[in-house]
Design a binder for this molecule. Structure first.
Ligand SMILES: [Zn+2]
Length: 479
């Protein structure tokens, strides 16, 4: 396939994804009370996706099985865990987790690790291999990796709120990594190919990669993530692909900020409960990220496209990294890092809740302020009236811009017409002033003359018509 065909295919796939997700969303509205139905739908979707995704893998492993009779591979164990979890969702069971780990990890990763170990211990796979995996994962959970189907199913478990661990676990149902609109994005940007015992090749998302996204000890972690997200894990990022994927990225984030999300929900809740669960710093940061997204995205796109593709048709990771840092610095924003920043912020917020509990929080009312600001920003469209967006806000902005332009135009036209008239008017006024002084002078002079005794006699014959002439010229001046 040539790059153009690839982009076209990508667009087609995206569209069908969008259509199917829209369909799911409609069902969500009409059958809000029937959450179970939606879960089954999603589960069915996952199973279908997995079947198409893993066909080549199975063929590969089958091929190797003939020459090597060693029982289960990693992917087969994962498939077994996946179907065990799917059964739990279908049978409406719950999972009671206790912590079997002694390591320090972010809250959501502790629960994920325990969940995977729980799944391994309860699945139908080869006991020997499972025992090896469990002890290795207990020793270091960062060794855990998940296939596409396992990750999707784990995300669905969290969304379905069937995991019982502690009182904060419920917040994970809205956690960015597990959301149905974002888990795919994360998987596609973070997976790598894994060969287990030289037998099967599969796409795996590793706990190490997820952990690095949160810790971000090096800047490259986020640039690499973003590059992989935009290029869809290709070596090069073409301009067309960049424009296509950036637009998708903008739309996803737009939905994220407009609809319910972990931090937003807790801000709203904290106002209702008079500032319980309150954390200024996190709300502030959320507000900053949201504000920067709303205000600078379109400008950033113009600038980035220009800088990225100034001298080249496509970028590799290295060029992309240095250019991203350059544009971010120039524009004093972090548009391309918003997704990792939000993931990190949500994780921090969960840590904050775990550490401080619910009762120890100080009572402050300023969260009202954040809610107000967030609500205000929510209604601001990121496209800011650009032609490509047809939302009410943008239409309104465009209308206002057009009418402002129109009235400006009228003003200018009127001024242009007034211009020559004004000159004439000024000339006339000068003339009038001149005449006025002349008139006054003449009037005084004539009146003085008539006061003279020798002309006093004829004065009455001249005075009346003279006064009339003066009066006439005065009324003329007024025009
Ligand atoms: Zn808009």
């Amino acid at each position: 396939m040539n790059p153009l065909q690839k982009i076209y295919l990508q667009a087609l796939i995206n569209q069908s994804h969008q259509e199917s997700s829209q369909q799911v969303k409609q069902e969500e509205y009409s059958q809000k009370e029937n959450v179970q139905y939606l879960q089954k739908q999603q589960l069915l979707q996952i199973i279908q996706q997995c079947q198409t995704q893993h066909q080549p893998t199975q063929q590969v492993s089958q091929y190797f099985k003939q020459s090597n009779s060693k029982s289960s591979t990693l992917i087969e164990v994962q498939n077994s865990v996946t179907s065990y979890f799917q059964k739990i969702i279908l049978q409406k069971q719950t999972i009671n987790l206790t912590n079997v780990l002694e390591v320090q990890l972010p809250y959501f990763m502790i629960i994920m690790s325990n969940l995977i170990i729980y799944g391994l211990e309860n699945c139908q796979a080869d006991k020997e291999i499972v025992a090896d995996l469990v002890s290795s994962y207990k020793d270091n959970p960062l060794k855990i990796s998940m296939s596409y189907s396992l990750f999707q199913t784990v995300a669905l478990l969290f969304r379905s709120e069937v995991i019982i661990y502690d009182q904060s676990t419920k917040y994970l149902s809205n956690f960015l990594l597990f959301r149905d609109d974002f888990c795919d994005i994360f998987f596609k940007a973070l997976y790598s190919y894994k060969i287990s015992q030289g037998q099967a090749v599969s796409q795996q998302i590793g706990f190490t990669q997820i952990h690095q996204m949160i810790k971000k000890q090096q800047d490259e972690v986020w640039t690499t993530f973003t590059f992989n997200m935009l290029s869809q894990q290709q070596q090069q990022l073409t301009k067309d692909q960049f424009l296509l994927q950036f637009n998708k990225y903008t739309q996803s984030l737009n939905t994220f900020f407009t609809k319910s999300n972990l931090i937003m929900d807790l801000v709203a809740q904290s106002v209702k409960q008079t500032a319980k669960l309150h954390n200024d710093q996190i709300f502030q940061e959320y507000l900053l990220i949201m504000g920067s997204f709303k205000a600078t995205t379109q400008e950033f796109l113009k600038k980035a496209t220009q800088v990225f593709y100034e001298e080249t048709q496509e970028l590799d990771l290295l060029q992309f990294s240095s250019n991203t840092i350059k544009v971010h610095k120039q524009m004093n924003c972090q548009i391309l890092f918003i997704l990792p920043m939000l993931l990190q912020l949500e994780s921090q917020y969960l840590e904050h809740i775990i550490k401080n509990g619910f009762s120890e929080m100080q009572l402050k009312n300023s969260s009202n302020y954040y809610l107000k600001m967030i609500e205000k920003l929510k209604s601001k469209c990121v496209y800011n009236g650009e032609e490509e967006c047809n939302c009410k806000k943008c239409q309104c902005i465009r209308r206002n811009r057009n009418s402002a332009k129109e009235s400006q135009k009228k003003k200018r036209e009127a001024l242009e017409k007034i211009g020559p008239l004004q000159d004439e008017f000024n000339k006339l006024q000068k003339k009038v002033k001149h005449l006025e002084t002349e008139n006054q002078y003449m009037t005084t002079l004539i009146l003085e003359v008539f006061k003279h005794p020798s002309v006093e006699k004829i004065a009455s014959q001249f005075l009346e018509p003279l006064t009339k002439i003066i009066a006439d010229s005065e009324s003329m001046e007024e025009c």
